[in-house]
Design a protein around this ligand. Structure first.
Ligand SMILES: C[C@](O)(C(=O)O)[C@H](CC(=O)O)C(=O)O
Ligand SMILES: [Mg+2]
Length: 494
């Protein structure tokens, strides 16, 4: 039966993994873009990920997961009990970004870089799975290597067609879940140097990314889990004021005598400007102006009519009603043209609530771990979208970032998150740090003690720890056995 038949696509829309999503387009829209022939996507791993998320949400438990950097560490972590793995754009961009140069996590590598990494890991999982069949026959205890891979699709690398192409590459590569972020591509920074942290795109643009991603999944018939990540909590700017949904968080200055921010030349001038600007939203500026003039009835009219207006139109409404509001967000733009934005947990929540019909999982991306914030976020979100799958991460986890958290609370994180309804806690860069540390420790021993130290300190203990499981050190003969078994089937050619 042709995969482009409307009835087939309508059945897909109402299938168990898809039924909860809202689509603003029809089956014939999808049909128009489906390839000729049968669908070729294998949904096994996506379904495993869905099953994991559903089961853990139900049980009130939270999976701890790592970003892994290659097939060897993926396999080793799987042997130790990892049930799903993350493929991090940051980890790749720092060290291993394929055909382009490493740099900061700026989404400036080829969009295929993460997909290539996923594909190499997925192929290694499949090969490992084939190998295990022979190893099990030879008495080894084998762990199922097929754990779902969640891939970083960053901000989608551009507008809607770029998002669709990136999603297609990831799905074809074997990804089981992917996330799309709401930042301006390439603008990520967490340090807030010179007042700039994350830079968001308007919510409407982010929605278009999510819809483009889902459309691509529909075109492919992929059950890949779509994860919505917002960086609003630590963002300081936004590229445009066009979306009314962002109005409450877009900031301008009510002080008319200020020079424009973009005209300032030094960081010291900019710091002083920010201290003097009394940045606030148009709604706050309007309320203050009306209250100061005793125009409470005008304020009431403003509040009744402002609902669906963007910041600029809201200001025009206030002036039209006769409220003498001074508020300028253009004066506050950076030299790149970005507007100040009040990044906070409320803005993150607001973005998630307004888009929750478009994706499978909410990613609450925190700069540090704060149980009270994780709880506030979870409760508010679940009140608006009961049962929505949620995941959590602490970006750039380091001693400094968690220094104020009591050790007992840190240890309780998986328990606390599970109780709050988060089913997945990802530590994106942990795999890279583990990789580096293991390599440093092992190399130090071998460089100092040669073969004797390698056997004594590395290979020997690895054999002991394997306890009947196949070892990385035995992959050479083990993979050889695949070639032998194929040769048995092919025969001698006589
Ligand atoms: C999750 C993340 O997108 C990644 O690429 O791993 C990064 C990780 C980090 O910088 O710690 C992010 O949180 O933006
Ligand atoms: Mg990333």
């Amino acid at each position: 039966m042709s995969s482009r038949r409307i009835a087939v696509i309508e059945a897909w829309f109402t299938s168990p993994s898809q039924a909860g999503k809202h689509r603003g387009y029809s089956a014939s829209d999808v049909a128009l873009h489906r390839d000729a022939g049968e669908l070729t996507v294998d949904n096994t791993m996506a379904r495993r990920l869905r099953h994991l998320l559903a089961e853990h949400t139900k049980a009130g438990t939270c999976i701890t997961s790592l970003g892994v950097v290659d097939s060897t560490s993926l396999h080793a972590a799987t042997e130790e009990g990892l049930v799903c793995a993350y493929v991090s754009g940051a980890a790749l961009s720092f060290a291993d970004v394929g055909r382009t140069d490493p740099s900061a996590d700026l989404s400036d590598y080829l969009p295929s870089a993460v997909a290539d990494k996923v594909n190499s890991m997925y192929r290694a999982q499949l090969a490992r799975d084939r190998l295990n069949r022979g190893l099990a026959q030879r008495g080894f205890k084998c762990t199922d290597p097929m754990i779902p891979l969640i891939a970083d699709c960053d901000s989608g690398y551009g507008l809607h067609t770029s998002v669709m192409k990136a999603v297609k590459l990831l799905v074809e590569a074997g990804t089981a879940g992917l996330h799309i972020d709401d930042m301006l591509s390439g603008s990520k920074r967490f340090d807030k140097v010179d007042g700039v942290g994350g830079v968001l795109v308007p919510l409407s643009e982010h929605k278009r990314r999510l819809v483009a991603a889902q459309l691509q999944l529909d075109i492919m018939g992929s059950e890949c889990v779509l994860i919505n990540r917002t960086d609003a909590i630590h963002s300081t700017h936004i590229t445009s004021t066009i979306d009314p949904a962002d109005r409450a968080f877009i900031l301008g200055s009510p002080i008319p005598s200020l020079p424009s921010y973009a005209s300032l030349r030094t960081s010291a001038e900019r710091t002083a400007w920010r201290a003097a600007a009394q940045l606030c939203s148009i709604d706050e500026a309007t309320a203050r102006a009306a209250e100061a003039a005793g125009d409470l009835d005008l304020l009431q009219k403003y509040n009744a009519q402002v609902g669906s207006l963007c910041a600029g139109d809201a200001k025009r409404l206030a002036l039209r009603l006769g409220i003498k509001v001074e508020w300028d967000c253009d004066i506050a733009r950076t030299y790149q043209g970005w507007y100040p934005y009040r990044g906070c947990i409320e803005s993150s929540l607001d973005r998630m609530k307004r888009t929750s019909h478009l994706f499978d999982v909410v990613w609450y991306c925190a700069i540090s771990y704060l149980a009270s914030e994780a709880e506030f976020f979870a409760k508010e979100l679940q009140a608006a979208s009961p049962g929505k799958w949620m995941m959590f991460n602490t970006t750039q986890a380091s001693r400094a970032r968690v220094k104020d958290i009591p050790p007992a609370e840190l240890e309780r994180i998986p328990h606390t998150l599970g109780r709050l309804g988060y089913s997945l806690n990802i530590m994106p860069l942990a795999g890279q740090v583990i990789h580096a540390l293991g390599s440093a420790r092992g190399s130090k021993a071998v460089l100092q003690g040669g073969l004797a130290a390698f056997i004594e300190e590395i290979a020997g203990p690895a054999e002991d720890e394997a306890e009947g499981r196949p070892l990385v050190a035995q992959w050479h003969p083990n993979f050889g056995s695949i070639a032998d078994s194929v040769m048995d089937i092919i025969g001698t050619g006589e």
